[in-house]
Design a protein around this ligand. Structure first.
Ligand code: NAP
Length: 262
């Protein structure tokens, strides 16, 4: 039996991509679509997917609840959508970014009859990049993180860059001090993250989401690079999340536990 999956934000850039990925996977069935901006429209036209479904304006309007709902919307909307999933025993697979500790605490209390995965980055290669950087960290004295994104990104550095540095800092707190005494252009050495690890945020037209972690020690450097070329890069992780969410009780932050990395 295929796992039934619904999509919040089905008319959005990520949501429509998720609709197509779910529809193409033989183990999943695209069973619901919610998006207030496209309420009443055929999913076929808003998401470019072969489906008889009509987009609902609110989850309360769904005739049947799918087993899993995927959310790539906006923070305020996602808070309500995730709460609806918890209240209705529906598993939630969430890519919307920006939740705070208070949100996570309320989700942990609310998910009793179903489970929730919140992953700030669904690209499996990016998850592995972070893991490899963490594994390498104790063996090097210097490291810097370069992240590259499209020129419409408003925040810097990226959440993935910060998470990478936090994990590297947790694996090695003892990095060599920055030797710079004169910075001719302010910011030339980037920003100092946890444990003083430097991060450089590049904003470039034509790029999507890319990151390179460079580590150095005596006579050698190690570069770990990941590139997301388009939104499809997130889909294998989203599909994996939908398939495995039932096996991960409560609230899981990050896709790592779904990849059996240890
Ligand atoms: P987007 O194109 O603006 O899509 C968001 C969609 O959600 C829009 O269609 C929006 O409709 C709809 N929406 C708003 N309120 C809703 C509600 N209450 N219920 C259902 N749908 C609602 O944005 P996007 O580029 O797809 O990105 C969405 C989110 O995903 C962002 O937070 C982004 O940071 C995140 N993201 C995460 C990852 C990851 O790997 N975790 C990767 C890429 C993006 P209206 O336009 O009518 O408001």
């Amino acid at each position: 039996m295929a796992i039934t999956v619904g999509v919040f934000g089905a008319a959005g850039r990520m949501g429509a991509t998720v609709c197509r990925a779910v529809a193409e996977d033989p183990e999943l069935e695209l069973a619901a679509a919610v998006d207030p901006g496209a309420a009443g429209e055929p999913l076929r036209t808003v998401a470019g997917v072969e489906s008889p479904l009509e987009v609902a304006g609110r989850p309360e309007h769904l005739d049947e609840h799918p087993q899993v709902m995927v959310d790539f919307t906006h923070l305020e909307a996602a808070r309500a959508n995730v709460a609806w999933c918890a209240a209705n025993g529906v598993h939630a697979v969430v890519g919307t970014t920006g939740f705070g500790e208070d949100d996570l605490a309320s989700f942990r209390a609310a998910f009793v009859d179903s489970n929730c995965l919140i992953a700030p980055n669904f690209a499996i290669g990016a998850i592995l990049m972070m893991r490899f950087a963490e594994l390498a960290a104790p063996w090097f004295e210097t490291a810097e993180v370069l992240e590259f994104h499209h020129d419409a990104k408003l925040d810097a550095p990226s959440g993935t860059a910060m998470r990478t540095i936090e994990r590297m800092a947790a694996a090695n707190a003892d990095w060599a001090p920055d030797p710079t005494t004169t910075e001719i252009v302010a910011g030339a050495r980037g920003g100092a993250g946890p444990a003083g690890i430097r991060v450089h945020a590049v904003r470039m037209r034509g790029m999507v989401a890319h990151q390179e972690v460079v580590l150095g020690t005596t006579g050698q450097t190690l570069s770990i690079r990941h590139d997301s070329y388009d939104r499809s890069s997130f889909m294998p992780g989203v599909v994996l999340g939908c398939k495995r969410i039932a096996d991960h009780a409560g609230v899981t932050i990050g896709l790592d536990p779904f990849l059996d990395l240890d």
